[in-house]
Design a protein around this ligand. Structure first.
Ligand SMILES: Cc1cc2nc3c(=O)[nH]c(=O)nc-3n(C[C@H](O)[C@H](O)[C@H](O)COP(=O)(O)O)c2cc1C
Length: 733
């Protein structure tokens, strides 16, 4: 079954019930405060639960002229309905040790009455109750389809709790909070359905029918109630309700309701005349009520409160994701028919991002006067005049095909093209996943094995929808095919909402590697940490550039390499002291300095050192820190030496290891350096420490391979064991 069926079901369920779920969760939040405020009232008497029922009856007898009944509620508050010595009928909370009144019964506050009615029946009586029951059931189905979707996303249910790669805020927290609240949601929905069924008498009867013999009422001498053995043996914690006989007639009896049984008691002898277990239905009703309302437990009420708030968040984030996906997931209206086009573009996309670059390529081909047709991979068919097939596809799950491409392999083998086609495959993926662009690899291999397809350009992989990478590929492709393409960057709207202004307070000149440091001072107070990202749109270019930042003396420190045609690096390079610039700080929790680790190894090459310059100079972080850095030459290091020295002087850095790739005398890469310090790596990983890597993707790959060699040889474990344990953090580009 494809993921889209589950996503579609999840979405339809949400659409059909969201308004009611919205009401139910808002009122749920309000109602969660009722048991909390009740529980905080001072009517629960310390150690009363072990006191015997007989003792309480005895003190009540001496305080009042008659007892009508005694109740103990879910908060363990004991109340009694009595005739006072003045002859008044009163009900109030009592101290079960003294029988004295300790407070008036709590009246349900009007806000809780209102919220309860709205929550239970939307003020629509039975119709409302039925709707709420059904909505509860739909929410349960949503939880189930949600679990399946997370399973598909993570590459299997066994990976349900494994690390989620953070792509977008609402998508990430929809999953993270969804995992935490799954069990409470299942409980709340099942109990909600149960309570609704109960109200519609759709459950088996829960009436207790007592049977007793007439002989049970043979008159004997009257024992004082407080001396009944049964009451002496019953602690208050087991009691829910005791009803005294209506009259002195022997046929009238005590009715004692305990947690799990109901007993009728002869009022003369104190002997049980009938004992019946409470039916399972009643016990389930009680449990459902307690679990659904949180009565009697502050902790569970807080869980329900959090769950209701989480459901509100799911409504928001779910719709935000769907709207975004629908907006992105479109191919342009084709100008040419499929059978008239020379170029066929096939797009595979799960979350819609790949369409933007595919469409840009389509437009560029059109503008170059070519006949081109664009569609999704699952719509692959015959093309009469086609010469070239260009496939852009992302990868989803664990190296799997996106939903709109699942049938492609079958279609390829079942569709007979009249002509041979040249093909090029571009994979869109993320290096954060182990199976980087795997589906594109599969598609490329499938076409290679098919005699009707001839490779045009080699498979190309694009990380994180990088436009610059894509333009490079497009340039190569067009040169190879004798075309001149003018590729326009997709017009992402720049989100200016969180933009802040910064003043350049210090900078270095370009060094021989064309690298420089910038110190930016925020004009207003902003909270950020080393490892967060600075998002910049130079000259309002729609394509965002991200820089990993260091926090140093409350300023932002950036290490930037100037590229000849780099819009952003050139923009920054032209900034002078006191110039202002705007940018957005993006929290990057995945690359924050670990809070709990005792030892942390930081590995970087080139400008990847930036976040670590902040971390090694943060003296509030107590962990032992080791920095490994790979640069070109000794001259490359000079720019950073002051900050490294400063970290050593403040004893915030325990080791610094450096390698140079272009120094004749000591040519080596950072991976070689790590190999020389195996003992630090193994000790840190063994003791639960963390390794952080920042810099180029090529360096990251080399370092990960070396680390894997070390862990396999020294610790008998693959590196993935430590990756799964969140001991390896990467931020590479
Ligand atoms: C749940 C999930 C699983 C992913 N799995 C992979 C993967 O195995 N390999 C990979 O290279 N990228 C993976 N990605 C990254 C996407 O392929 C990447 O973000 C791509 O740009 C998404 O394009 P799309 O929106 O067109 O589907 C995954 C993304 C998500 C959300």
């Amino acid at each position: 079954m494809t993921i889209s069926i589950w996503r579609y079901s999840h979405f339809i369920l949400a659409i059909s019930s969201s308004l009611f779920i919205l009401l139910a969760s808002i009122t749920g939040i309000i109602l969660a405060f009722e048991p909390i405020s009740n529980k905080l009232e001072p009517y629960a008497v310390h150690k009363a639960e072990t006191l015997s029922l007989a003792k309480t009856i005895q003190v009540l007898q001496s305080e009042y002229s008659e007892i009508i009944n005694i109740d103990i509620d879910k908060n363990d508050f004991v109340s009694a309905s009595v005739i006072t010595k003045e002859g008044n009928n009163e009900t109030f909370y009592i101290n079960p040790f003294t029988g004295k009144k300790i407070g008036e019964l709590i009246e349900k506050a009007p806000i809780f009455k209102f919220a309860t009615n709205l929550h239970r029946s939307l003020f629509l009586k039975s119709t409302g109750r039925a709707i709420i029951g059904i909505v509860s059931f739909l929410l349960l189905l949503m939880a189930i389809t949600g679990v399946i979707l997370i399973g598909k996303r993570q590459g299997g249910l066994s990976k349900f709790f494994s690390k989620v790669v953070k792509e977008e805020f609402d998508q990430y927290y929809h999953i993270i909070i969804g995992r935490y609240t799954l069990i409470p949601i299942v409980i709340v929905t099942i109990t909600g359905v149960y309570l609704s069924l109960e109200k519609f008498s759709l459950l088996p009867s829960d009436k207790i029918s007592h049977q007793f013999l007439d002989e049970s009422f043979t008159e004997t001498s009257k024992i004082n109630v407080a001396d009944f053995q049964l009451f002496k043996n019953t602690p208050l914690e087991d009691v829910e309700h005791l009803e005294f006989p209506f009259s002195d007639d022997i046929e009238d009896y005590f009715t004692l309701k305990l947690k799990d049984e109901e007993i009728l008691i002869n009022q003369f002898s104190g002997v049980a005349i009938s004992t019946q277990q409470k039916p399972l239905v009643t016990q389930a009703s009680n449990l459902s009520f307690v679990l659904h309302t949180g009565q009697g437990s502050i902790i569970w009420s807080l869980v329900l409160l959090f769950t209701s708030a989480a459901i509100l968040f799911f409504i928001y984030s779910g719709f935000a994701m769907s709207i975004r996906r629908t907006k992105k997931s479109t191919v342009p209206k084709n100008k040419h028919k499929k059978d008239q086009s020379e170029f066929i573009i096939l797009v595979g996309s799960e979350t819609g991002n790949t369409f933007a670059l595919s469409n840009a390529f389509y437009n560029a081909l059109l503008a170059a006067g070519k006949t081109v047709f664009i569609t999704e991979l699952n719509k692959y068919t015959t093309y009469k005049k086609a010469k070239q097939l260009i496939i852009f596809t992302s990868t989803y799950g664990e190296g799997e095909a996106p939903t709109n491409s699942k049938n492609f392999e079958k279609l390829i083998s079942n569709t007979q093209q009249k002509n041979s086609l040249q093909y090029s495959v571009v994979g869109f993926g993320s290096m954060a996943y182990p199976d980087y662009c795997k589906y594109a690899v599969v598609v490329d291999a499938t076409l290679q094995f098919h005699k009707n397809f001839i490779p045009n350009t080699a498979l190309h992989k694009i990380n994180n929808q990088s436009f610059s990478d894509f333009s490079l590929w497009a340039k190569k492709w067009s040169e190879h095919n004798g075309l001149t393409l003018n590729l326009e960057a997709p017009k992402n709207r720049i989100n200016t909402k969180n933009q802040k202004t910064f003043q350049l307070v210090n900078r270095t000149n370009l060094n021989q590697d064309q690298t420089f440091l910038l110190h930016l001072k925020p004009s207003k107070k902003v909270t950020f940490q080393s490892g967060d990202l600075l998002s910049v749109h130079p000259e309002n270019d729609p394509v965002e550039r991200l820089y990993s930042i260091a926090k140093l003396d409350n300023n932002i420190l950036l290490s930037i390499k100037k590229h000849e045609f780099g819009l952003c690096s050139n923009y920054f390079n032209h900034l002078n002291i006191n110039d202002m610039t705007t940018a957005t700080i993006k929290t990057n929790t995945d690359f924050h300095f670990p809070k709990k680790a005792k030892e942390v190894v930081m590995i970087a090459n080139g400008t990847g050192i930036a976040p670590f310059l902040g971390m090694i100079n943060d003296t509030t972080k107590q962990a032992k820190k080791y920095l490994f850095w790979g640069g070109r030459s000794k001259e490359s290091l000079r720019m950073y030496s002051d900050l490294i020295d400063r970290a050593f002087y403040s004893k915030s850095l325990s080791g610094f290891f450096v390698s140079f790739s272009r120094e004749e005398s000591q040519k080596k890469y950072v991976q070689n350096l790590i190999m020389e310090k195996t003992e630090i790596i193994t000790r840190v990983l063994k003791s639960g420490g963390v390794i952080m890597i920042c810099g180029s993707v090529a360096m990251q790959n080399g370092v990960l391979t070396t680390l894997n060699d070390i862990t396999s040889a020294e610790l008998n474990l693959p590196l993935s064991a430590f990756q799964d344990n969140n001991q390896i953090k990467t931020d590479c580009y």
